[in-house]
Design a protein around this ligand. Structure first.
Ligand code: FE
Ligand code: CA
Length: 477
């Protein structure tokens, strides 16, 4: 193999008490299909207690296969819980950068605190990853990514940076797109600094697709989805259980951090019903289809799986890590509420089913995380949004996008005014949330960039919110 193979850096994720996934991909020519050749390459991996690898605790060999774009996913076992480790890979005479990762706490442990951040929507063309650089310095235990890791569109002139090539449709094109994003040093550093939990949204495949159904008719859509899912797996620190089979991939997963918090990572794309009254993107009361009770965002299997996973463990937080805004967020237009059909507002019956599961008193302290809107919202979630006296059963934090452009603040203000359960809305700033979770409370800090178009942008706290355990709703601090 000619050239340095670790151009895309390293990553870790999907942490369990004794196990974590280590990731890399050999790609000496990252933007031209990888360039690692047609043969398997033997890669050595090492896990150590120290950054200089004087105390290696585990090591092994793994084959990087051409069929997997020479990506490797190592599920290291037998680690100690709640502990930092360092890792690296070696191929031929080349060493990878050193990564740092952390295992989850033991199952029955109740850690004092967990600090994690979440974000999503990192459109490469609309900004630099200064947010990622600041995230490295936030002293996190975990990073949660909620989708739109890449955007599929062709390169367009006049933006901050430019996608290489045409709109991604083939396996090669998706691989090259991930490679272009992963060449960014700030994104690489954030992957190397902490383990990630990941889910996807639409742009990892195609804008606003739903299940097997794209927005624009395409008879070959499932072939496109197959390519996109495969490239997604190849570039994420996911467990073997998630490895796609054809056009299907098992992305939903639960991750427990002792008895402090359970993360439910959802897939709101693969199994959803098509958006109501397509191709309109916002619809009013005349769209009856939106209200159909058999419409689903998660699919019946995942709905059941989530309900059983929310089951009572006293004092434990449940964090639902998913894609789209769950709170009712109607926009008044000509005296009439308009709903975005791609978010949970397009699936009100499914939302009611989910939030009813939360009213089980054992499943209190539910935080719903979302992204996709390119707008930060903080909201209380009611068991029934048609009834303003219905109890709040969960709290939602919808992060600002990391880079993707927001909508007008005027419109965001109109949404906040029309929906009293929405506490806060901002669409002018890019950034992320950092959450400090203890048994008693969650403090969420909204961190925003000065200027996403500058690689060296500073970051500041725009707002802070507290959510008390067992008492849904956020208080601004
Ligand atoms: Fe997005
Ligand atoms: Ca999206």
């Amino acid at each position: 193999m000619a050239g340095y193979p670790f151009t895309l850096g390293v990553a870790s994720g999907s942490p369990l008490p004794a196990s974590v996934v280590l990731w890399t991909r050999l790609a000496p020519e990252p933007l031209e299909g990888g360039g690692a050749g047609a043969e398997p390459v033997s890669v050595r991996w090492e896990v150590a207690h120290d950054e200089r690898f004087t105390q290696v605790v585990q090591s092994g060999l793994v084959a990087a296969l051409p069929a997997n774009a020479h990506s490797v996913h190592v599920e290291v076992q037998g680690l100690e819980p709640a502990r930092w480790y360092f890792y690296r890979f070696v191929a031929g005479s080349d060493d990878s950068p050193v990564g740092r990762t952390r295992t989850a706490p033991a199952r029955l442990d109740r850690p004092q605190r967990l600090r994690f951040a979440f974000g999503g929507c990192q459109h490469f063309e609309h900004g630099y990853y200064a947010a990622h650089r600041h995230l490295v310095g936030e002293d996190l235990d975990l990073m949660v990514f909620l989708g739109d890791y890449v955007y599929e569109g062709r390169g367009r002139p006049g933006r901050v940076r430019r996608h290489a090539g045409a709109e991604a449709r083939s396996l090669d094109q998706y691989r090259n797109r991930y490679a272009q994003y992963k060449l960014d040093p700030d994104l690489q550093d954030l992957h190397a600094a902490v383990p990630w939990l990941v889910t996807w949204d639409d742009h990892e495949v195609d804008n606003d697709y739903a299940g097997a159904s794209p927005l624009a008719p395409d008879r070959d859509f499932l072939l496109r989805r197959t390519a996109a899912y495969r490239a997604y797996f190849e570039h994420m620190p996911l467990r073997e259980a998630a490895r796609p089979s054809g056009a299907e991939m098992l992305l939903r997963a639960r991750y427990d951090f002792g008895r402090l918090v359970r993360f439910h990572v959802l897939d709101g794309r693969q199994h959803r019903s098509p958006q109501a009254c397509r191709p309109a993107r916002r619809v009013g009361p005349q769209c009856r289809e939106r209200l159909d009770s058999d419409r689903t965002m998660l699919g019946a299997v995942q709905e059941r799986w989530l309900r059983s996973g929310l089951a009572a463990v006293p004092g434990r937080w449940n964090v639902i890590a998913q894609q789209t805004l769950m709170a009712r967020a109607s926009l008044p237009v000509g005296g009439e509420p308009r709903f975005r059909t791609d978010a949970w507002d397009g699936y009100p019956a499914a939302r009611r089913r989910l939030l009813r599961a939360v009213t089980d008193p054992g499943a209190r302290s539910v935080l719903v995380l979302s992204s996709d809107a390119h707008t930060c919202f903080v909201a209380g979630l009611r068991s029934d949004f048609l009834d303003t006296r219905a109890p709040l059963v969960a709290t939602e934090l919808c992060g600002p996008s990391l880079t993707s452009p927001g909508r007008s603040q005027r419109r965001t203000d109109a949404i906040v005014r029309a929906n009293p359960h929405i506490e806060f809305g901002n669409s002018t700033r890019r950034g992320y949330f950092v959450l400090d979770l203890t048994v008693e409370r969650c403090v969420a800090r909204l961190r925003v960039l000065d200027d996403v178009t500058r690689p060296g942008s500073g970051v500041a706290t725009l707002a802070r919110f507290a959510i008390e355990a067992g008492r849904p709703g956020a208080q601004r601090l």
